[in-house]
Design a protein around this ligand. Structure first.
Ligand SMILES: [Zn+2]
Length: 271
């Protein structure tokens, strides 16, 4: 390598390093900052869970919402005019999943597309060389290494009604976490102190119980949609973990314990 090339390479490396440092500093500042008053007012009106959170978790959630709004792009579709109301309500629910997991982020996520209401899925499935268009009505979608797509009316309802066990934003973002292993199979990345064999055993047993109850049309704390496959089971269990923690703990204590360890949270203690 000759002199000028070495100098150019060093300059490029220095510029990259400086950008990286600035980005880290900006992120740290956002994470430490309280939520803007206008954003706090949105959550006070739209998300009862926000008010119920212990103060230390609410402070962390504020920081995560700040980062989320800074790093994720929101696009309105079919007439949705993007607003802080929509952005903050979605960012807060998504950030709940990682509120006590300081090293976890939705790494693949750059964009959220928001429809006004349930939408026709335009997901293209590749089966061998055949691309088949699915034509289903959905309230949300999570694409591996890609965007999350949400129906705003369902996302708003999920924030406002905290105890019905349904939350489309938490559902789709549970898929985002699950996808971080490279395979969406209901086995997200576990912390080093979390036993993978115990997680697998507890989830398999609880999944089989739900499948059995769903087949017999027996009532179960988890929606029968969770019996579709292990990935949907994890997403549905996440919704109920946050929205009906007492019922989940009463009916599926071991599953509640695994989710409490995974999310490092105990929603049943939030009053
Ligand atoms: Zn799903």
């Amino acid at each position: 390598m000759n002199g000028p090339i070495i100098i150019l390479a060093a300059a490029a490396l220095a510029a990259f390093g400086a950008r990286w440092v600035l980005k880290r500093r900006r992120r740290a500042k956002l994470l430490a900052a309280p939520l803007a008053n206008a954003h706090r007012r949105i959550l006070s009106a739209r998300m009862p869970l926000y008010r119920k959170l212990p103060a230390d978790l609410r402070a962390r959630l504020d920081g995560l919402i700040n980062r989320f709004l800074d790093e994720v792009t929101f696009h309105g579709l079919e007439g949705v005019e993007m607003s802080d109301d929509i952005r903050v309500t979605i960012a807060a629910q998504a950030s709940m999943l990682i509120v006590n997991k300081p090293n976890r982020w939705f790494n693949a996520l750059r964009t959220i597309h928001v429809y006004p209401a349930a939408f026709k899925s335009r997901l293209t499935k590749i089966n061998g060389h055949v691309h088949s268009e699915r034509d289903e009505t959905r309230s949300g979608e999570s694409w591996a290494k890609g965007p999350v797509i949400l129906a705003w009316d369902h996302a708003a309802y999920g924030a406002f009604i905290p105890h019905d066990g349904r939350n489309v934003v938490m559902h789709e973002f549970a898929h985002q976490l699950d996808e971080q292993t490279g395979v969406t199979d209901g086995s997200p990345l576990l912390d080093a102190d979390h036993s993978a064999s115990q997680w697998a055993r507890v989830f398999r047993d609880a999944y089989e119980r739900l499948r059995r109850d769903a087949a017999r049309r027996q009532p179960h704390v988890l929606d029968a949609y969770g019996a579709t496959n292990p990935a949907e089971f994890f997403a549905v269990a996440t919704e109920v973990f946050f929205e009906q923690p007492h019922a989940l703990r009463a009916q599926e204590a071991a599953l509640y314990g695994e989710l409490a360890q995974y999310y490092r949270l105990d929603p049943a203690a939030w009053g």
